[in-house]
Design a protein around this ligand. Structure first.
Ligand code: SMO
Length: 709
């Protein structure tokens, strides 16, 4: 790769998006102004698991501004979403766009009211007569997703082991909660009988294909635009029934139509993440060598399957044993439907599950052998010379200096000093712990595309098949182009997220944007470059469009270390210091990278300490707002000391690796290990996340009462 130019790769170029976003000039899906726009409001089931005895729309149809009211009958012939098949799926995955006859989960949409204003639609939706009768017991499970990964002589290794340690990890069910809720604005063009769909999505091209399939309409009639997107975190990776209904209504009514979710609707009917339980065992020799691992994960699904439904279970299974040298591996995961909101990918998407379990096992291994947690990691992490390496679960780790990362981080934070402090404070009776966690982050497979045009005036137009969920793609892509074509960054215009003006692509997910999408851009620039006259601008525009396929997954990795204290009287877990080192190969923009790391860390704290979606035993949602679902606030997030290491990936043009999910993978594992290290003197070896004060207090109390007086 050539040396970075002044505005090229490696520069902390300010985000070009920020000027418009900070001035309030961003254009989100709900900001699009259209003549005669109609608004959709959904009437949702207040009950879980029930039969729809009656849904009377007649009187509501007479209300001011009401144009139409649709129920399950109207849309029962529509097709269904596809589910990405990365692991085996059994059972049907079809589900209705609007509930038909029965309701599976609280919040499922029963009717869609279309009116000339949101207020009128709300009034009408509230006045619908919907008679529901509770169904006793739990609905039968409909679908199951299952994967197994196995290699080596697992049973023999366990039989020969000097130590076998075990661990369980419970991840809370999480509500991704991007700042911008779901939103879709559909412009209907009567002359061409086509629509333009502004959709808050991570996957505009896939949304278009899916819409065409579900509605039975030629994709040429559908243009999808992902405008500014105010966060997504996996929650906007799949098309939603509400979005399908809104586009369908536009065609049906031959009118422009909008739907914008309220925050309550996001808790009720957007996809949740995590919620799984995993268990594992690690077989060791007496000197701490990892011999074999067994792991199993059970993850929840909701009452319908988003396109990404299988991804968490796939990653939770296949990413065991991470970057450790383990000859024999047996890993399995299963995800089952239940009568709740759907579960899909959420920042990390199975990576936290696999990594947390491994890191808990490694800490237990350290305790069992008396080897320091850092030392046992250094002994068992693969070395640079051993890479690339195919793990026992079939993942190919591309490149890295795993042990070097751990050594550098522990040196930077003064690990020996940390241990001495912990000892002193423990002697004073304090509950304090150190938690270390290594993580790996695979960043996407497959392809993305790019089109780059060099104009005679020296400006460049770069169109990517990828899109942005608010994470600075315009800036990063401009930098890649500036670097490759040796032009100033401000001469590069970036197009993204529009199926009409951009080449096809997969989208802003799986930490793939730079490694794959950015590599496509770079390759297109190289092709353009070959055709440029040696001495300056061409006479006519030179354009290249291509599809780039990565040679394999690029595996980012890193290490997190935190110190925590636990208040004996209240059970409050406080993070006293936090540091990380991340290796994401070649870096396009260090400021964007740091933003990703710190943001992921904050979300990781949310999972470890605060957030949890609660349903009661009947399936009623108890955490339906930010008053009872606790996302981290500024004072919950301590400073994070961020360190970097760079081992380029051999698998893509840029040598880049993803970093979007790093913090959400590394932080919970490190915090969990630290809290359990703090509680280890009390004999507490396992706690479900989030580590709320109530839970931790109870564990301390139980431990105290176990002690003889
Ligand atoms: S959870 Mo990510 O948007 O693949």
């Amino acid at each position: 790769m050539k040396q970075s130019g002044q505005q090229g790769i490696g520069v902390a170029e300010p985000r070009r998006e920020d000027d418009r976003l900070l001035r309030g000039d961003g254009r989100y899906a709900a900001d699009v102004r259209l003549e005669g726009l109609l608004h959709v409001v959904f009437a949702r089931s207040t009950m879980p698991r029930c039969t729809i005895l009656e849904c009377d729309v007649e009187s509501a149809l007479e209300m001011d501004g009401v144009i139409s009211i649709f129920t399950g009958d109207d849309v029962q012939d529509l097709g269904t979403l596809s589910v990405a098949s990365v692991i085996d799926m059994a059972g049907p995955s079809e589900y209705p766009i609007l509930a038909h006859d029965t309701v599976a989960a609280v919040g499922q949409a029963i009717a869609a009211v279309v009116a000339t204003s949101v207020a009128e639609a709300l009034d009408a939706a509230d006045s619908l007569f919907i008679d529901l009768e509770e169904i006793d017991g739990i609905r039968e499970q409909t679908a199951e997703l299952k994967g197994t990964w196995r290699s080596g002589e697992v049973d023999a290794a366990f039989a020969a082991a000097d130590h076998v340690v075990s661990a369980t990890v419970k991840h809370p069910r999480l509500a991704p909660s991007p700042m911008e809720p779901r939103a879709v604005t559909v412009e209907y063009d009567a002359a061409s009988e086509s629509v333009a769909v502004w959709l808050s999505t991570q996957t505009p091209h896939r949304a278009r294909t899916e819409l065409a399939g579900i509605l039975g309409i030629d994709a040429a009639k559908i243009r999808v635009i992902a405008p500014d997107v105010g966060g997504a975190f996996g929650m906007k990776a799949s098309l939603y029934p509400e979005e399908v209904l809104t586009v369908w209504a536009a065609f049906k009514l031959r009118r422009s139509v909008r739907w914008v979710a309220t925050r309550s609707e996001e808790f009720l009917s957007a996809t949740h993440g995590r919620g799984g339980e995993s268990a594992g065992q690690l077989a060791l020799s007496k000197d701490g060598k990892f011999l074999a691992v067994k792991a199993s994960a059970e993850l929840p699904l909701g009452h319908w399957l988003p396109t990404s439904a299988a991804i968490p279970a796939w990653n939770a299974g296949r990413i065991v044993p991470g970057a450790y040298r383990v000859a024999a591996v047996e890993s399995s995961s299963v995800a089952r439907t239940s009568d709740t909101a759907a579960v899909g990918i959420y920042r990390g998407a199975g990576r936290p599950e696999a990594n947390c379990l491994m890191e808990r096992l490694v800490d237990e291994a350290a305790a069992a052998t008396g080897i320091d947690p850092v030392e046992i990691r250094l002994q068992n992490l693969l070395t640079a010379e051993e890479l690339p390496h195919a793990t026992g679960s079939g993942c190919v780790l591309d490149s890295g200096q795993y042990g070097v990362a751990v050594e550098q981080l522990t040196a930077r934070v003064g690990y020996e000093g940390m241990k001495a402090r912990r000892q002193t404070r423990r002697e004073r009776g304090e509950l304090v712990g150190i938690g270390i966690a290594f993580y790996v982050e695979p960043s996407g497979k497959g392809w993305e595309s790019a089109r780059v045009t060099f104009n005679p005036d020296g400006s460049v137009l770069a169109a990517t098949g990828g899109s942005s969920q608010g994470h600075g793609r315009e800036t990063a892509i401009a930098q890649i182009v500036a670097d490759a074509l040796d032009v100033p960054c401000n001469r590069v215009q970036v197009l993204q997220g529009d199926t009409k003006t951009c080449p096809s692509g997969i989208g802003a997910l799986a930490s793939r944007s730079t490694a794959i999408g950015g590599s496509a851009i770079r390759r297109a620039c190289e092709e353009v470059s070959k055709q440029l006259p040696a001495d300056g601008p061409p006479d006519t525009p030179i354009s290249e469009e291509l599809v780039y396929e990565t040679q394999g997954e690029a595996w980012g990795y890193g290490c997190y270390i935190v110190e925590v204290s636990v208040d004996r009287e209240t059970g409050v877990v406080s993070i006293e210091s936090a540091a990380c080192i991340d290796d994401i190969g070649n870096i396009v923009n260090p400021m964007l990278v740091e933003g990703q790391i710190v943001g992921g860390f904050a979300q990781g704290i949310g999972e470890a300490l605060l957030e949890e979606v609660h349903y009661d035993e009947t399936g009623q949602l108890l955490s339906g707002s930010f008053t009872d679902y606790a996302v981290p606030r500024a004072d919950d997030v301590p400073p994070l000391s961020v360190h970097k290491l760079s081992t380029p990936s051999p698998n893509n043009e840029l040598g880049a690796k993803g970093v979007g999910e790093a913090g959400t993978i590394g932080a919970p594992a490190a915090i969990l290990n630290a809290a359990l290290d703090a509680l280890r003197p009390l004999g507490v070896h396992s706690l479900p996340m989030p580590l709320t004060s109530q839970r931790v207090w109870q564990a301390i109390r139980n431990a105290d009462t176990r002690k003889p007086e």
